[in-house]
Design a protein around this ligand. Sequence first.
Ligand SMILES: [Zn+2]
Ligand SMILES: [Zn+2]
Length: 59
Amino acid sequence: MNDECTICRAIGWVCERHPYRPYDYEIGCACGYRAPCECNDSDPPDTSHVTVIIEETTH
Ligand SMILES: [Zn+2]
Ligand SMILES: [Zn+2]
């Protein structure tokens, strides 16, 4: 996480509907769901949209 992130104010979370505001009622916005900021890599990346090709290994 970037402690100097100006998007989320180092919170690590942003408003889903306003992804450039920190997820905080006072300093940002929290009208939507909580979404990870660009700097927040604590959650595993969503790879559901990635086609994973697993080649069969020879035994
Ligand atoms: Zn951030
Ligand atoms: Zn919002």
